[in-house]
Write a protein that binds this ligand. Structure first.
Ligand code: GCV
Length: 690
């Protein structure tokens, strides 16, 4: 083992001092660079622009709607900025034009176009074809939103220098639900938000200026996200007051041109708290009537309202248990009010007892979601969706996938991923989460012994669910760069791209994002992609390897090292470390039995010390520190080496970033450099604390 107290202390001090000195750099000098995020549309150099010489010089739009207007405008802006050409508006298909419109709207004007029958809602088709004796570029779709997505896809290709000659590409989304949740409070603060105050609320009201909210919807649309829940799941009951709904309508109005449906989180006890009833019992007819009237009123003002998100019986929130009712009863009373309007209720499976007795070795918070929801399978209405966090605990740096994904067969489900880096460095550390999400989505649950990856379980490909998909907790804020750190925006981009197509590789996604955000200088693209792609493992290695969790301060800021905070309380994020060993015994044989919630083939892997992967060992097993891993190292040596290597890698990030001096604009160069220097110091702090 290595002993480096002196050097590490010095490094830590240097990093802290440099962070303090450099703090002003964190304020962006040129907010326009960042607020547009990956929609920069940088001018192409003349050689690259030559590839788009044949792009028609005019566009024609068939159909009329706010979304289609956005599509045409966006196309014009992008072409103007990147190619320096003003795209003329044509009155019809005269000569070579870019044709925009839904398949239905193009049917009469372009009968020769054999419209792709495989187009699904929100999907698009980009094709080059001869119409009216001229070669046209057609962007068509099953609905208006798809046309907008087709425009964004075309512009992204141009921005990244991808050829569009003879293009003929159909793209459909993997699932209908591709939503973000914002945990914004009405006072303007954001729970677990690290990008500044709310873009939506201030002082208990919807903000007067919703410009940023509109820009946010544009960003979301550019990556195929079609819904946004605007307020914290720890919902203020006041959001359902009539005067607040009138305010929320303004948010829906700025989202609408980008095809982003607005939805809200609600408190289950609203009928009692603000409705004047003496109960919120979900099976009481007066309660059902209250929800029905409330929802009818919302749809009168917001006809495209998306629905509600509900957090109940969790972390102190009221829930159906107050009346001895089930979560299905609670979800259904709301679902039935939404149903006539086409709305959906997302009922969160994040339900657990945070007063567990830690002295009982059979207690296990990880079992809670499955224990609570599996018995209710088939009891939820068809416009209710159970929203399940990716892992059974709470967005830790590494967790196995929640067994509930495989447990529900007759219930709609959506996966909840956390884009905001609550437990993964809070945007002060680089932690690109797409590789983690890919592992989760690709994980084969082996339900009934067949191939059932999580992405297919949540999208409804398995068990043919009516609706389902992907939800990301984004928590963007008013900061110039939305998420606090320019590099963290890759997580928002990556979430959208994976929700559209979970088959994309992490490499493809980061390559796209980097080119769109920083331009196509090969060294810049390679360096940033490498930094991002290694960052999750680096963060894991100096915080909490082997599946022990982040070992962070779980009762405080969820950021600093604080392994003792997990033990001796009811929160259930236990790692059971003592002087002899570490890890939670979740086996069926001697532990909490959590492993029994997985299908048989998965059980076999996790139950056996031999088959269990090292990176989840301590999640499933309690072992002595001298236990030998598959690598041959003992657990204690691995923990020790991993923290040293991780801190060294974090230190290397600084040097790697420095190779980009002069190749990235000076503001972002300095800002990101200061962040890497700070992270290097924090990694040493973690290393030494653990
Ligand atoms: C919005 C964790 C977070 C909470 C969050 C909760 C949830 O406990 O720390 O801030 O509350 O998850 O997802 O509901």
């Amino acid at each position: 083992m290595r002993y480096r107290f002196c050097s590490s202390t010095v490094l830590l001090l240097v990093a802290l001092i440099s962070f303090l000195l450099s703090t002003p750099l964190f304020a962006q000098a040129d907010p326009t660079i960042e607020t547009v995020a990956w929609l920069r549309y940088l001018p192409l150099d003349s050689k690259a622009a030559m590839n788009y010489e044949k792009l028609p010089r005019a566009s024609v739009l068939f159909g009329k709607s706010p979304v289609l207007d956005s599509a045409r405008q966006e196309l014009a802006i992008g072409v103007e900025k990147m190619l320096g050409r003003t795209l003329k508006s044509s009155g019809g298909i005269k000569g070579s034009v870019i044709v925009l419109g839904t398949a239905r709207d193009l049917h009469d004007v372009a009968p020769s176009l054999r419209l792709a029958s495989s187009l699904e809602a929100d999907g698009y088709w980009l094709t080059t074809t001869e119409l009216g004796h001229a070669e046209c570029l057609v962007i068509t779709a099953a609905n208006d939103r798809g046309v907008l997505y087709g425009v964004f896809a075309l512009l992204s290709k141009i921005a990244r220098g991808e050829s569009i000659i003879g293009i003929n590409e159909v793209q459909n989304p993997y699932a209908p639900i591709r939503w973000v949740n914002q945990w914004d409070n009405l006072d303007g603060r954001i729970e677990r938000g690290y990008g500044g105050p709310s873009i939506l609320f201030a002082d208990g009201k919807v903000r007067a200026d919703l410009t940023r909210a509109g820009e946010y919807a544009r960003l979301l649309a550019s990556i195929g996200i079609n819904g946004c829940t605007i307020n914290n799941v720890n919902a203020a009951p006041g959001v359902l007051e009539d005067d607040f709904i009138a305010q929320a309508k303004r948010v829906a109005d700025v989202f609408r041109p980008w095809g982003v449906q607005m939805s809200m989180s609600v408190d289950l006890s609203s009928p009692k708290l603000i409705g004047g009833l003496d109960t919120f019992d979900p099976v009481d007819p007066r309660v059902a009537e209250w929800w029905r009237k409330k929802v009818d009123g919302i749809y009168r003002q917001i006809p495209d309202f998306g629905g509600f998100v509900v957090k109940a019986d969790s972390e102190g929130r009221s829930g159906p248990s107050a009346y001895g009712r089930t979560h299905a009863d609670a979800a259904n009373v709301i679902a039935r009010a939404l149903k006539p309007h086409g709305g959906v209720v997302f009922y969160r499976a994040f339900v657990y007892n945070h007063h567990l007795d830690w002295r009982d070795p059979k207690n296990d918070r990880a079992k809670a979601a499955y224990d609570n929801f599996y018995p209710l399978d088939g009891k939820f209405d068809d416009n209710a969706v159970v929203q399940i966090k990716n892992g059974p605990i709470d967005f830790q740096v590494r967790e196995p996938v929640s067994p509930l994904f495989g447990g529900l067969r007759r219930t709609n489900e959506a996966i909840e991923l956390q884009i905001t880096q609550e437990y993964t460095g809070q945007q002060k550390h680089l932690c690109f989460l797409v590789p983690m999400w890919k592992e989760v989505l690709d994980f084969d649950m082996r339900v009934d012994g067949g191939s059932t990856p999580v992405k297919d379980l949540v999208s409804g490909r398995v068990f043919h669910r009516r609706v389902g998909g992907f939800v990301g907790v984004a928590n963007v804020g008013l900061d110039a760069n939305w998420m606090g750190s320019p590099l963290a925006l890759a997580n928002l981009y990556g979430f959208g791209r994976l929700a559209w197509n979970p088959g994309l590789s992490s490499k493809t996604i980061i390559d796209e994002w980097t080119r769109l955000t920083f331009g196509s200088d090969p060294l810049v693209v390679r360096t940033i992609a490498n930094l991002q792609l290694s960052s999750w493992q680096v963060y894991e290695s100096y915080t909490g390897p082997l599946g022990a969790g982040t070992l962070t301060n779980i009762v405080g800021n969820h950021y600093d090292p604080g392994p003792a905070s997990s033990e001796g309380n009811g929160w259930g994020q236990w790692h059971r470390a003592d002087h002899q060993g570490i890890g939670m015994d979740r086996t069926m044989a001697t532990g909490t039995g959590y492993i029994g919630q997985y299908p048989t083939e998965v059980q076999k892997i996790y139950e056996s010390l031999v088959a269990c992967p090292d990176n989840l060992l301590l999640f499933f097993h309690h072992v002595p520190y001298t236990y030998a891993l598959h690598s041959g190292k003992t657990v204690i040596q691995h923990v020790y080496d991993s923290h040293y290597e991780g801190a060294e890698r974090a230190h290397d990030f600084v040097a790697e970033w420095k190779t980009l001096e002069g190749r990235v604009d000076p503001e972002r160069y300095r800002d990101i450099l200061a962040r890497f220097e700070f992270q290097a110091g924090e990694a040493v702090k973690w290393r030494d604390a653990i």
